[in-house]
Design a protein. Structure first.
Ligand SMILES: [Mg+2]
Length: 375
């Protein structure tokens, strides 16, 4: 089975995002799918996919080692290379007529624990609104969830000048715990917005309500500061969602900075990079909980890797942000008893509907992620 074309397809996913899908075609009429979504940089990533893809035309899906290299383009080329890698694994599975997890050594689990992350879906930002949303997720079968409650907060502002915003964030989290009950796991994500003092203050306030982790509390550039916070705050620390490979994470690992690492299959090198990352983390006895903003392709690829990982904790998912997303593919994932099933079809076990993608072309979106990184 030889590759005849690789291209990007950019589609409108919500007011916040366009998905950047990789479509890989072959001489046998079989199509492989990948996801390289990077909010706010759609055209740059699409160009990188097209450039990298051209070099792969004529390669044999099974016989040739196909490993697109990110090179020096930072997140843009990392996303493109990751998306192509996912599409190549999808094709390998389809060529052999087996689900992807079987090519990764087989499944340790066929039901993958997931948690609902709902930053974008919640409109009522009052503590009561967070509580209500949490109770609704429990009613739908969720056993774990994560909030992003620190609206308007910045690490450039001292705690004394933004205490009201900080307290409001804590109250949103506490309202979730009170509404969802004690049997549900609840995490909290600060999007790198805090300084050390503010993070320590928040940890003291939320610790009695048992967050399963405190995610990206402070910027990740200085491992020694994250380690200090981890030692101080008494809550597991999670992060690493924007890392582009196992090498990048080493300073954090060597400094004992985090309890859980959250690589994203769209940036860490696709299926290949995710499995490498899992192996490196396993040698340091830390857990992996992949970041997953959840196009159905990212989700499927993450599920197959999660099936085969020894040190896996749980997988993020985002409740659908727009009603038309379900129509993009021949299957979708809904939570049942706190889990998603690992798909059993060939390759990823999910196929995009190319006609439906055409009905939702690119629209300008509000790239929350880039705003957060600059906050
Ligand atoms: Mg996060």
């Amino acid at each position: 089975m030889k590759i005849t074309n690789i291209r990007a397809e950019v589609v409108h996913a919500s007011v916040y995002s366009n998905y950047i899908f990789v479509i890989a075609e072959t001489d046998q009429g079989v199509t492989g799918f990948g996801d390289a979504t990077l909010d706010g940089l759609e055209f740059e990533v699409a160009a990188a996919i097209n450039n990298m893809g051209e070099k792969l035309i004529g390669k044999d899906v099974l016989k040739d080692k196909i490993s697109p290299a990110a090179g020096g383009g930072g997140l843009i080329t990392a996303a493109a290379a990751s998306g192509i890698d996912i599409a190549m694994w999808d094709l390998k599975g389809k060529a052999l007529d087996v689900p992807l997890y079987q090519l990764l050594g087989g499944a340790i689990r066929t039901e993958v624990p997931v948690y609902a992350s709902f930053n974008r879906s919640i409109r009522d930002r009052t503590p009561e609104g967070f509580g209500k949303f949490a109770a609704g997720l429990v009613a739908e079968g969720n056993k774990a969830m994560k909030c992003h409650p620190f609206d308007g907060v910045s690490w450039r502002t001292p705690l004394s000048n933004q205490r009201k915003l900080i307290d409001m964030g804590c109250e949103r989290f506490i309202a979730m715990r009170e509404a969802a009950g004690d049997d549900v796991e609840i995490g909290i994500d600060a999007h790198w917005r805090l300084d050390m003092n503010t993070a320590a203050y928040i940890a003291d306030r939320i610790r009695p309500y048992r967050p399963f982790w405190f995610e990206t509390p402070i910027p990740e550039k200085k491992p020694e500061l994250i380690r200090e916070l981890r030692n101080r705050c008494g809550i597991p620390i999670a992060g690493g969602e924007m890392q582009t490979g196992a090498g990048e994470i080493l300073p954090l690992l060597q400094n004992n900075c985090m309890d859980v690492y959250m690589p994203d299959i769209r940036y860490v090198g696709g299926v290949t990079g995710m499995m490498k990352m899992s192996a490196v983390l396993e040698t340091y006895d830390v857990l992996i909980s992949p970041h997953n903003m959840c196009s159905v392709i990212t989700c499927a690829a993450s599920l197959h890797t999660a099936a085969a990982m020894k040190n896996f904790l749980h997988l993020e998912y985002h409740p659908a942000e727009a009603p038309w997303l379900r129509a993009f593919s021949d299957r979708y994932f809904d939570v049942e008893n706190g889990c998603f099933p690992v798909p059993e079809g060939p390759g990823l076990g999910v196929n995009l509907n190319l006609d439906m993608l055409k009905e939702h072309p690119y629209e300008k979106a509000i790239p929350l992620r880039l705003n957060m990184l600059g906050a």
